[in-house]
Design a protein around this ligand. Structure first.
Ligand code: FCB
Length: 513
């Protein structure tokens, strides 16, 4: 649906929107628009469908703390944090937000903010301390209590099985490039579905599989800190196999289970109208957005490479097509920002100085890749968040519309979206965090999401990242993505103005609240 139709249809239903539109059209002291921003008239007119699931997301390693309690094993992220020089400010997640102990308080915040879905992840080394074998009952009991309390609070538990905290014991036998991990992961998935499947019905095997395989094995900025394209290809292939095997294991253990995904995606726009740049943007989309999705849905990899698909280096074996296949019940993905992509094949840069990059987010210089041969950059046309990501609301519309069209109108869950701004409470005791930029971010982005829904996309949920300020991976505590401010000295939580606003949105299904 184009913007004009969307506005027209929405306004028919919304008198307040009409008023705002009239003011805007009369040009009353309208400030110069921020590039990429959405006109206020559209925001005022937005209505979300009845039953839309408003939610928030976290990940075990980023919020739980209790890193060595109740039988939990060491994860690769524990090891990384405990290694000098890996994390900004020498931060660790030993305590993080202490959600392992404070989960009741956190679920109370979700309830107070009218949330209908909570996406959390389970720590594999809490369940199987070294990655295989008999489950640790105390770990299972913890997540059992979390699931029970969520349901009692009227909140849907959405469980991610793997948000990057691999048991160190499995890294010690080769990590994700070792294809045995696919089977171990399926065993772990079966344990979870058996113990929690009577209450948890929404499962996503992997958070951002491209990111953790690329950053961990291709670039080395994340654990285990390797920088080898071959290791990345192998790790990614094991994860594809694991996705298929775990999906079957979950369904075999729990009849009510639905399985989807939590992919990271960024819409890719070609840098120029040239055929070469367009093709490069498609390679980006294939590698960074839908590589694992195509593996699941079709049992094959999309055309992500400018060279013949390197099956040998992946460790691809006959029959893997069948193992990879997992007909997803719904498709979940995150949106944070966009990319501008250009061709970086050697011929395109015969003058030398070419730089290939699958990703620029942590372009360590090791991130040079002769296979995909594109260059992706994040533009800075729109304003930047405090984490340096460009705010581009339109991106979610383009992404949702494309996934919806390319995969025959699946059910879509937005598994994460958010922004880091460092606003702090100016009155700690009475609790008030005026983070108006975060409200503006969500307001505009959600207007674009509503436009995609009005155009026919079957989006059923939106999970804001994040319920809490938390441990932001290699950035430590230097970024704050939370809708709740956390004082890491004493764990005091203060719901930010954005959280209060989002709570009203969840109650009203509209954005002008
Ligand atoms: C996503 C991750 C999440 C968090 C946000 C800011 O890429 O899934 O854990 O770090 O970014």
């Amino acid at each position: 649906m184009n913007r004009r139709q969307f506005l027209h249809n929405s306004m028919a239903a919304a008198a307040t929107g009409m008023l705002a539109a009239r003011q805007a059209s009369q040009g009353q002291s309208a400030p110069a628009p921020i590039p990429g921003s959405i006109p206020p008239a559209e925001i005022g007119a937005v209505r979300f469908p009845d039953g839309f699931l408003w939610g928030m997301a976290t990940a075990a390693f980023q919020v739980e703390g209790a890193w060595n309690e109740d039988g939990k094993g060491e994860s690769i992220w524990d090891r990384f944090c405990h290694t000098t020089g890996k994390i900004k400010g020498a931060a660790t997640a030993n305590v993080a937000c202490d959600q392992y102990h404070l989960y009741r308080d956190d679920i109370a915040i979700l309830r107070r903010l009218n949330q209908k879905t909570y996406r959390f992840s389970i720590s594999w080394p809490r369940i199987q301390p070294s990655g295989t074998g008999t489950p640790n009952t105390r770990g299972l009991d913890h997540y059992s209590r979390v699931a029970d309390l969520l349901l009692e609070s009227g909140i849907r538990p959405f469980c991610t099985l793997y948000h990057w905290d691999l048991p160190q014991g499995l890294e010690d036998i080769g990590g994700w490039p070792n294809r045995d991990l696919a089977g171990y992961f399926a065993d772990y998935a079966a344990i979870l579905a058996k113990h929690l499947g009577d209450r948890v019905t929404v499962w996503a095997p992997f958070n951002m599989p491209w990111s953790f395989t690329w950053m961990g094995y291709g670039v080395g900025a994340f654990p285990p800190g390797r920088a080898s394209y071959g290791d990345f290809l192998k790790a990614a292939h094991t994860v594809s196999l694991a996705q298929g095997e775990s999906s079957r294991a979950i369904k075999a253990a729990s009849a009510r289970a639905t399985v989807g995904s939590a992919y990271g995606m960024a819409p890719a726009y070609p840098k120029s109208g040239s055929e070469a740049d367009r093709a490069a943007a498609e390679r980006y989309h294939a590698m960074n957005n839908v590589y694992f999705l195509e593996a699941a849905l079709h049992g094959r990899y999309p055309q992500a490479f400018a060279v013949p698909t390197p099956f040998g280096e992946m460790g691809f074996r006959p029959g893997d097509e069948t193992i990879m296949r997992a007909p997803l019940d719904w498709i979940g993905f995150h949106y944070y920002t966009r990319r501008i992509v250009s061709d970086a094949r050697p011929a395109a840069h015969s003058g030398g100085g070419a730089s290939f990059g699958t990703e620029i987010e942590e372009d360590s210089g090791a991130a040079r890749d002769p296979y995909t041969q594109f260059r992706a950059v994040m533009p800075a046309e729109g304003p930047l968040t405090d984490a340096g990501l460009e705010v581009w609301p339109r991106g979610i519309y383009d992404l949702v519309t494309r996934i919806s069209r390319d995969y025959n109108h699946p059910i879509i869950e937005i598994t994460e979206s958010g922004c880091s701004y460092l606003d702090t409470p100016y009155d700690r005791e009475r609790g008030h965090v005026p983070d108006s930029r975060r409200i503006a971010f969500f307001r505009e982005e959600l207007t674009e999401l509503a436009r995609a829904i009005a155009g026919g996309a079957r989006v059923r949920s939106f999970h804001a990242w994040s319920l809490l300020d938390n441990f932001e991976w290699a950035d430590g505590y230097s970024q704050r993505y939370g809708l709740t401010w956390v004082d890491f000295r004493d764990q005091k939580r203060t719901v930010k103005d954005s959280g209060l606003w989002y709570g009203r949105v969840a109650a009203a299904n509209r954005l002008d609240v």
